[in-house]
Design a protein around this ligand. Structure first.
Ligand code: GLU
Length: 420
């Protein structure tokens, strides 16, 4: 995935700006506005790790809890060299809105560790994860704050968190994290959940904007947890995946790529680049390809004022969190490019996290079909709820989703009141 083109500070400023715009539309009380602009709690930790060569390195870690108005804090943990407290704060805020848009009984949080997992061994990552878990264990818990995977963390990372937390508490506590391996109480369907939600949003917007899904031209930036499964699902639904990329670059094949073969190639060579008959191109070029649906599924700030004018997609469905800057949003609006925003488009992940958590708390097991059906119902409902706000307020999808979310969170705060 290519590096983010915005700093953590800029990303946080744009998250606050988006919130303020929704607050203006809702004429939100000034006090409530101040309250929701700032996270409830931020815990910054220095994580010492013994590296394989015997040396000790210290990594910055953080967990930001933005709001618990609607339920326990919820949100992933990312491992990335560019993690900052501001970036994680913006992402925590987005989680509050995301869980509200899909109407899950959660608040919003996010965690991050500034490290480069690509340069670390498995055992170094295990020690880092266990120590980070121990250091945030006083503020996470199955009924307080439930982490999950995010950029460069996965089911294995969640297994280590679950085990460390359970050892510290002296009892098995699977519901403390979601996105676990199925053998440890993870849910069927969680691995591809975010992508499934993205695909459902592509399908629903295809219907709404009269674009036939059959042979629809799809471009995907990022071939990790979100991008690769989204390519496979949409390919299986008859769409044409014409270009995909990862951090090393992209590939284009106008007749359509076979995403399963692309994944085999990536597993073998470490990248999608140099795939069979496809043409290599840069991540920047990829974003500007003419297509029906562009799915940014990498990092934030990829579509910015410098390239928004060159976007030739009809619809952008945001698989990543914050891939479009507010300046780019305005340009896209003028160009009549529709944007299905992150807090709706990529909510499939946290939705199946919720289903996993419910199964853990009740010691249930659902089949993949049951899980995907519940996921689909939730995303379709959220899509229609947002669409109603688009029509009611005559605003673009992102603003509509934000208004819906802020409305729901403000309602919860007003009903609960401020204690004491
Ligand atoms: N990291 C994912 C997101 O940004 C999933 C969060 C979760 O499942 O709690 O939505």
């Amino acid at each position: 995935m290519s590096a983010s083109s915005v700093s953590g500070k800029e990303f946080l400023e744009s998250a606050i700006k988006q919130f303020e715009e929704a607050a203006d539309i809702l004429k939100l009380d000034e006090g409530l506005r101040e309250f929701l602009k700032i996270p409830k709690r931020t815990l910054i930790v220095s994580i010492p790790v013994k590296m394989d060569d015997g040396s000790i390195r210290t990594f910055m870690g953080v967990r930001v809890q933005h709001s618990s108005a609607r339920g326990p804090y919820k949100g992933g943990i990312r491992y990335h060299p560019s993690v900052t407290v501001e970036e994680v704060t913006a992402l925590a805020m987005l989680m509050t809105w995301k869980t509200a848009v899909v109407d899950l009984p959660y608040g919003g949080a996010k965690g991050g560790v500034r490290c480069n997992p690509k340069e670390m061994s498995n055992s170094e990552l295990e020690r880092l994860t266990r120590r980070y878990t121990a250091m945030i264990s006083s503020i996470i818990g199955p009924l307080t704050d439930i982490p999950a995977p995010d950029v460069y963390t996965d089911a294995q990372t969640m297994a280590w968190i679950m085990d460390t937390y359970s050892q510290l508490k002296g009892e098995p506590t699977p519901a403390v994290v979601t996105g676990k391996p199925v053998s440890l109480g993870g849910s069927e369907g969680r691995a591809e959940a975010t992508s499934y939600g993205v695909a459902v949003c592509v399908r629903e917007s295809a219907k709404k904007f009269d674009i036939p899904l059959k042979n629809a031209k799809i471009v995907i930036q990022g071939y990790g947890n979100v991008g690769s499964y989204a390519a496979e699902i949409l390919h299986d639904w008859g769409a044409r995946i014409i270009a995909v990329s990862d951090s090393k670059g992209g590939i284009l094949l106008k007749d359509g790529l076979n995403p399963y073969k692309v994944m085999e190639h990536k597993k073998k060579t470490g990248s999608v680049v140099n795939f069979a008959d496809a043409k290599n191109l840069t991540n920047e070029e990829l974003l500007e390809i003419e297509c029906d649906f562009l799915i940014p599924a990498a990092l934030e700030g990829q579509i910015h004022k410098g390239n928004a004018n060159n976007i030739k997609a009809k619809v952008i469905v945001e698989g990543a969190n914050g891939p479009t800057t507010p300046e780019a949003d305005r340009i896209l609006e003028e160009k009549k490019v529709k944007v299905i925003p992150d807090i709706l488009a990529n909510a499939g992940g946290v939705t199946v996290s919720y289903l996993e958590w419910v199964q853990n708390l009740q010691m249930f097991r659902w089949t993949k079909e049951e899980v995907l059906k519940k996921l689909e119902d939730k995303i379709v409902k959220a899509f229609n709820d947002v669409l109603n706000h688009v029509e009611k307020y005559r605003i673009p999808f992102r603003k509509a989703a934000m208004v819906l979310a802020v409305e729901r969170v403000a309602d919860a705060i007003n009903s609960r009141g401020i204690w004491p």
